[in-house]
Design a protein around this ligand. Structure first.
Ligand code: ADP
Ligand code: MG
Length: 616
């Protein structure tokens, strides 16, 4: 090959170049990030090949580095690396067809949405082709790492195609030169380029030299000793990995030798992005082996419910030769996942003990992830359950009580843990379901998040104690003084009469042994879902999907209304019937089962009229 060979770009690339060249995208500076990221990839590939030690490498003593060269006179910027380089086949394959997954995603999005493409460029990063945002001509001079490789020159002015020719004896690696335009000549200026590198490429694991100095001075912070690292450096690193402008809420930096050699630096952001209405976040924890990146945003490194974490896990025990595809389902990855997850859970429980206020802040923001963990991560379910916090009838409002605390306070003879689903503390405390527990002095956890019912259901027990909903719990008050209310026989007869009044609308009417202040309550141990849950689901827009089922009613023979109702049914059967209906509706309201109260209000007005007639 003595003269330049002409090549056409793949159709998609032509389309892409057309967009890139004509875009008025303002953050053109991202092209520097893309070229440096490719240079770092090339350096990593070289290191990888070196460590595998299989074949001879050209210039084996030259370290992998990145140099950015600026030429204000020629109006150009070059990114030079001493990495793996490219053969002729590589050039055609990598720079002539679409390789970059982000680029594919970009084109797909474009085709689907026909959206203003300017913002999308920055969002996806169009890889190598972003060079054409800044330059009208791009030159790639490269020499592959193999000892017998040749120097090659690739050049293109955009959509028209590219040429490849021999370029004599080049040093190992790649030099990419972007010939800037009048509008983008700022990228030939050192101060401008330096700020761009610092912004995007500060933690690239290979030294980046610009002019005389190394620009990225902070490297692989996680591999350094904790005592040497300043808070400011942690913060900078956090901001780099998370793209957050804030400080992290928590930081866990640790190293361990067994059962796996791990250096990890994990952060919890201050805000839960999913709660802020954004889509499901992707895990932002990268996997390294001896500071060499194996996978960015490594899938399968952590369980899905820990996707709010940001940072780095570096393990020497992950063999470098492992391919990304194989890595995902290897037993080693599974082990790494378990080890890191357990360590993070331990960290959270330490925080809960030592920095309770801060932990509670974390809990407020991220509790849904913990609950997701209980539901999805069986191996860690018990450890996560210890981190759950609830309002409790025994604590100040919102004091956040743990299940362990609850168990430590359980009364002699109490065998179960009781909870009540509700909207808030006030509703919980006035719920008829709560009365018997209050009277007996049993602590009740008040749960306000619909997810909690599923969590309790899944856990089923904690520390060997059953978790039981107050709405389902079978509870009796201690011996009652019959003199205060209706005698047993009369109560039974009244219950029977009431069942006749209700017909199919109520499953059965029984005399209650648990009510204190309420005249009636609706209960059902066979219901799939507690009434409160049903109500919450309905309020979340699931109306109609859960047919209301007839429930059991319990009546309180000690309540004045019930006592009076019993005598009224002899005196005025019709009025007594109306009052019984009203009691049913009242109980449905308390259970959150009243869908349309209008019919009830009509009856209530009638009853009011009667009361007023008596009084006047
Ligand atoms: P990506 O980096 O996601 O693969 P790019 O469009 O940025 O996509 O780059 C395309 C391909 O070109 C890379 O995968 C790589 O094979 C090759 N390449 C780009 N720059 C270099 C470089 N400096 N040295 C070696 N190969 C490179
Ligand atoms: Mg790239």
């Amino acid at each position: 090959m003595s003269e330049a060979k002409k090549h056409e770009f793949q159709a998609e690339i032509r389309q892409l170049l057309d967009i890139v060249i004509h875009s008025i995208y303002t953050d053109k500076e991202v092209f520097i990030r893309e070229l440096i990221s490719n240079a770092a990839d090339a350096c990593e590939k070289l290191r990888f090949r070196q460590s595998a030690g299989k074949d001879a490498i050209h210039e084996p003593d030259v370290e992998p580095t990145i140099t950015v060269q600026l030429d204000e006179e020629a109006n150009s910027i070059s990114v030079v690396d001493t990495g793996i380089g490219m053969s002729e086949a590589d050039l055609v394959e990598n720079l002539g067809t679409i390789a970059h997954s982000g680029t594919k995603a970009f084109l797909k999005q474009l085709a689907e949405q026909k959206e203003e493409n300017n913002s999308l460029i920055g969002q996806f990063g169009v890889g190598f082709y972003s060079a054409f945002m800044a330059g009208d001509r791009v030159t790639v001079e490269t020499r592959a790492a193999e000892a017998d490789a040749k120097g090659l020159k690739w050049e293109s002015e955009g959509a028209g195609g590219y040429t490849i020719e021999e370029a004599g004896d080049l040093p190992r690696g790649t030099k990419i030169t972007v010939h800037l335009t009048e509008e983008t000549k700022e990228f030939a200026k050192e101060f401008r380029v330096e700020s761009v590198i610092k912004r995007y490429s500060n933690f690239v694991q290979f030294p980046i030299t610009l002019g005389e100095k190394e620009v990225n001075t902070v490297q692989a912070i996680w591999a350094r000793s904790k005592s040497e690292i300043k808070d400011e450096e942690y913060k900078e690193f956090y901001q780099f990995v998370s793209h957050d402008y804030d400080e992290p809420m928590f930081k866990l930096h640790y190293s361990a030798d067994a059962p796996l050699a791990i250096q990890a630096l994990l952060f919890v952001p201050k805000r839960n992005m999913e709660q802020m209405g954004l889509n499901k976040t992707e895990s932002d924890v990268s996997l390294y082996c001896r500071r060499i990146l194996i996978e960015q945003q490594a899938k399968g490194l952590l369980p899905d419910w820990l996707r709010f974490l940001k940072g780095v896990v570096d393990s020497e025990d992950i063999p470098l030769s492992i391919s990304r595809e194989r890595m995902q389902d290897s037993a080693l990855m599974e082990k790494l996942k378990q080890v890191v997850t357990k360590r993070f859970l331990k960290f959270l429980s330490e925080q809960a003990d030592k920095h309770t206020d801060k932990f509670n802040e974390f809990y407020n923001e991220f509790h849904r992830f913990l609950k997701e963990g209980v539901l999805s991560d069986f191996a860690n379910q018990d450890a996560i359950a210890k981190l759950l916090r609830y309002d409790s009838s025994f604590t100040e409002k919102d004091a956040k009580c743990s299940l362990e605390e609850y168990v430590s306070r359980m009364k002699d003879g109490q065998e179960e843990i009781y909870f009540l689903m509700s909207y808030n503390r006030e509703t919980a405390e006035s719920a008829p379901y709560y009365e018997v527990f209050k009277a007996k002095g049993y602590e009740v956890l008040f749960l306000y998040d619909p997810a909690d019912e599923f969590v309790m259901d899944r856990l089923a027990e904690f520390d060997g104690k059953k978790l039981v909903s107050c709405e389902k719990a079978d509870q009796k008050l201690e011996e009652q003084d019959e003199k205060e209310g209706l005698p047993a026989e009369k109560s039974e007869a009244l219950a029977k009469w009431m069942k006749e009044v209700y017909g199919e609308n109520v499953k059965d009417v029984k005399v209650s042994e648990r009510l204190v202040d309420s005249p009636v309550v609706l209960l059902d141990e066979d219901q799939q879902m507690t009434a409160t849950m049903r109500q919450i689901m309905q309020s979340m827009g699931q109306k109609g999907s859960i047919p209301p089922m007839p429930m059991n009613m319990e009546i309180n023979p000690r309540h004045a209304v019930i006592v009076r109702l019993d005598s009224l049914r002899e005196e005025d059967g019709e009025l007594a019937g109306k009052i019984a209906e009203q009691l049913h509706d009242n109980a449905r309201i308390m259970a959150g089962l009243m869908e349309d109260p209008r019919a009830m209000v009509t009856r209530l007005n009638e009853l009011l009229e009667k009361v007023l007639a008596v009084k006047s």
